[in-house]
Every structure is written in C-alpha cells, then in structure tokens.
Design a protein around this ligand. Structure first.
Ligand code: CA
Length: 220
C-alpha cells in the first residue's frame, strides 16, 4: 500500500511517516498544498493523509480540487484541536474521515487501514484467500496455518493482491503502488518479489497472466 502524507510541520511529518512505514506503507510526503495537489493528482495512492493548514494552497482547497477532478482515493483529514468548523468543512469537501491533532499514531494507522478496507469493499480486518491469511494490524501472514516471514516489499505485494482479489494487477500498477516516489524502481523487482513470495507461501495462490500481470483469483 502506498500513502501520500500532506503535512508542513516537519516533526509531525517525520513521526507519521515512520509510523506508516513501520506499518508496511510506502510513503510520499508533500510539504505544501501545491505539491500535495500535484502528487495526489498524478500518483496512484491507496490513501491520503491531509493536513488542512498547508502553505501555498490550503488543505480544504486541495481536497475540493481532487474531488472535483474525480479523485476517489480515501482521504483522512488532520484538523486543529477543537476546530469543529474545520471538520464539517472537511467532510463537505469530500474527506472520508478526520483526526484532530494531537493524535496517537496507532489510531491514525488504524483509521487509515479501515478507510482502505472500506474503499475496496473489504470489511474483515484479516484478509483471507484460500489457505493464506494476512493480518494488516500485526503484519502477520500465515499459509495453511503456518507463519510466513515476508520482507516489507513482499508483504505490501501480497496485501495489494489480496485487497484487489479477482482482478489482474499489472506490473506498472504494482510498481506504482508498492514504492514511494523517491525509491529507485527496478523493473524486475516485482517479478523477483512475486517469485520469492510464491516460494515462501508454498501454495499456488498468485497466478501469472502472461503479458498482463498477476492475480489472486476469486474463490481460491
Ligand atoms: Ca499545518
């Protein structure tokens, strides 16, 4: 999963970024409204965390522009403490959830995961596909009931395919969703990671659609 964090306070940005990375996300940070607007418009994020008090273009305006442009990515808005008018305005502008500052990192991560689950129509916190179960809260994966140790990239890859089960995910799509912007992207890395993931899982879950990409079929 890949997230955009739009936050101008460097200390908050660093803390949120490290919490999200610790929870298995690839994270891009935008430090002002203009950069956030551009990144959200051009990069495919699974979720966005948006501070409303941003320089250049304020967060509410950024959100309005995204929604007017048809962007459907779930957005969690960060508001100043007690500013209920901000919350109302944020929800009017198309926010999916909000969190008043200061907040606990655990709560932010939990809410973000809930938003992503809702956005793909998945209610259960533990994802299951055939013999494989993935618990995003604990970052644990089991195959046939036995724990499987995955690298962060392998974990994100499996989580993405499980979230989008029944649909082919192309190499390009996977690359875009699994890496932050500032990471050098190797075109073979996905193929190699899929190979390793298959070996570690030891079950035939991920299928290749040659020339297209990878899929975990529905009903496995
Ligand atoms: Ca701010």
């Amino acid at each position: 999963m890949r997230a955009l964090l739009a936050e101008d306070d460097p200390r908050i940005a660093a803390a949120v970024r490290s919490a999200l990375e610790g929870a298995g996300f690839a994270v891009d940070v935008a430090r002002d409204g203009e950069a956030a607007w551009f990144a959200g418009d051009t990069e495919p994020y699974d979720a966005i965390i948006l501070d409303l008090g941003l320089p250049k273009i304020d967060g509410l305006e950024v959100l309005r522009r995204w929604r007017e442009g048809g962007l459907r990515t779930p957005v969690l808005v960060l508001t100043a403490r007690g500013a209920w008018t901000e919350r109302v305005a944020g929800i009017d502008a198309g926010a999916d959830d909000y969190l008043p500052k200061p907040f606990q990192m655990d709560e932010l991560v939990a809410r973000l995961r809930a938003l992503i689950r809702r956005s793909v129509g998945e209610a259960a916190p533990v994802l299951k596909a055939g013999p494989v179960a993935l618990d995003p809260r604990r970052m644990e994966v089991t195959a046939l009931g036995r724990p499987v140790a995955l690298s962060p990239l392998e974990f994100r890859l499996l989580a993405y395919l499980m979230h989008h089960r029944g649909r082919v995910a192309t190499q390009i799509e996977l690359t875009e969703h699994l890496y932050a912007q500032d990471v050098e992207r190797d075109s073979n890395a996905i193929e190699v990671a899929v190979g390793r993931l298959r070996r570690k899982l030891g079950v035939g879950l991920i299928e290749t659609r040659r020339g297209f990409g990878y899929i975990i079929p529905e009903g496995e």
